[in-house]
Ligand binder design. Structure first.
Ligand SMILES: Nc1ncnc2c1ncn2[C@@H]1O[C@H](COP(=O)(O)OP(=O)(O)OP(=O)(O)O)[C@@H](O)[C@H]1O
Ligand SMILES: [Mg+2]
Length: 466
């Protein structure tokens, strides 16, 4: 299991149920059970309990959980802590950062690429925000402390979240915490712990056999003149909490040892497969591109001869390629504006049309009513909003040999939208401006997905007009 951490997330939407106490002490107990096992911890809490328990007095700190979320490699942020536990210093600024985190799989990716081994414990805040969701989805084991009925009812939200995401709910386990052993009931459930467990099992929630009793001794470990937080293992031996924690840690250790393929490993494998798939798909799209500009016939392999400023694709995928900037802007100028003249590169009219052309999307949709062929030219905003639509005659070469642009338009349509017999398919040509420095970038995963969404949006609007 080298170099892929086994991740334990401690989570509950309810505040003050003992999450941080459980996460930090579990780290100490696991380390005590197996000295050679690397155990690391960090918390999204802003109580700095992790720092107060594991930090050495005067220890210089570099980085924090905040840096982890902004891309600093996890290993660089780990600090050697007390009791042999490594920790990432906590941060009080996570609220400011949270809004910028879009992916719920960010932590899963960071853990997969962390090259960390052993156990990594993540303590979360009492809310199901994007940080907690990240910690939940990255975990091999989610431990949910429950201290009363409301906190147990509340954990349904975590189960629902897993259900929605299609994730295995078997990784979720409840543990009764802060149990007052003095409280006794008559009847089937004799105490708080059996009552909570009974209800949990009844709702289909998996529950650990252990529980964490409420103990004034534990509470006192947080409050002392040193401003430190002391572990139960070192400072509350001989208590029931210690016995329960020791047993609980053994159960968790067995779960860890039984896991041959942690999620971080599986996620890394998935990421690699995804990368390969994206690369293959990109290569395939590249190989389908026309090697020359369909308007002027100039080959794209001739450096500097043409500027690939537009990408076109037939709506049925039948043809795709780039168009030279001069060719396409010139084509629109002559077709739409009847300006059939040559402009120099620095001519202001040319510059204006060039900028306007690359600020829009185009759909070329040939029409054939039997007696006359025409082409509808649609212009859309870069977000796919229809701006203009106009119909122009579409004539074949022999009828108008002198109108160069009309012929170019005709041959572009034939080359992209006609079948082998020269019959037009039921399709349109979608044209999108691209960065001439990186004309192929539009075919890469994210950008191509956006291109396709726009193509779809445009297709729906064209269908409405028919
Ligand atoms: N077994 C216990 N016995 C007595 N007191 C406990 C026990 N476990 C935790 N506490 C106390 O309960 C309070 C809440 O515990 P803790 O901070 O671990 O909860 P939390 O769920 O992390 O809270 P938050 O949701 O605010 O992050 C603390 O004052 C802690 O000292
Ligand atoms: Mg906490």
């Amino acid at each position: 299991m080298n170099n892929y951490p086994y991740v334990i997330t401690v989570s509950s939407e309810k505040g003050g149920v003992g999450k941080t106490t459980l996460a930090t002490n579990l780290a100490v107990y696991l380390k005590a059970l197996r000295e050679e096992l690397p155990v690391a911890i960090f918390s999204f809490d802003n109580h700095f309990t992790v720092d107060k328990m594991f930090g050495f007095p005067g220890q210089p700190l570099t980085g924090s959980v905040e840096d982890l979320l902004t891309g600093v490699p996890l290993k660089e942020l780990l600090h050697i802590g007390q009791f042999g536990v490594e920790y990432i210093p906590s941060s009080g600024h996570l609220n400011d950062l949270k809004g910028g985190i879009r992916s719920a799989m960010l932590l899963a990716r960071l853990f997969a690429q962390s090259e960390l081994s052993g156990v990594l414990i993540v303590d979360t805040r009492p809310e199901l925000d994007i940080l907690t969701q990240n910690a939940l989805y990255a975990a091999d084991r989610v431990i949910i402390p429950i201290k009363d009925m409301p906190s147990m009812e509340n954990c349904k939200n975590i189960f629902d979240l897993f259900e929605q995401k299609g994730m295995n709910r078997k990784s979720l386990s409840l543990i009764p915490c802060l149990i007052d052993s003095r409280v006794k009931f008559d009847g089937l459930f004799k105490d708080q712990k059996s009552l909570l467990k009974g209800y949990a099992v009844n709702r289909g929630f998996r529950c650990y056999d252990n529980f964490i009793p409420k103990s004034p001794k534990v509470d006192s470990l947080n409050t002392n003149p040193d401003g430190r937080v002391y572990p139960i293992l070192t400072n509350a031996r001989g208590t029931e909490v210690h016995t329960q924690f020791a047993q609980f840690a053994r159960t968790v250790m067995v779960e860890y040892l039984d896991t041959t393929e942690p999620r971080s490993l599986l996620y890394q494998q998935w990421l690699l497969t995804e990368d390969r798939r994206k690369r293959d798909e990109f290569e395939m799209r590249l190989s389908g591109l026309k090697s020359h500009c369909l308007l002027c016939g100039e080959s794209f392999s001739r450096e500097g001869a043409v500027s690939r400023a537009f990408y076109f694709e037939a709506s049925d995928g039948g043809a795709c390629g780039h168009l030279d900037e001069r060719c396409f802007v010139g084509l629109l100028l002559s077709t739409i504006h009847n300006l059939d003249q040559e402009f120099s590169d620095d001519d202001p009219t040319w510059t204006m049309f060039k900028n306007a052309t690359s600020d829009a999307l185009y759909a070329l949709s040939p029409q054939d009513n039997g007696s006359e062929k025409s082409i509808d030219i649609y212009r859309f905003s870069l977000n796919g909003e229809l701006l203009t639509r106009k119909s122009y005659p579409l004539r074949a070469q022999p009828e108008e040999p002198l109108n160069r642009e009309a012929n170019r338009l005709h041959s572009l349509v034939l080359e992209t939208l006609a079948d082998q017999e020269g019959v037009l398919r039921d399709a349109f040509l979608f044209i999108h401006p691209v960065n001439a420095e990186k004309p192929e970038a539009i075919l890469a995963e994210e950008q191509y997905r956006r291109f396709n969404r726009l193509k779809q949006l445009v297709a729906e609007q064209l269908a409405d007009h028919e």
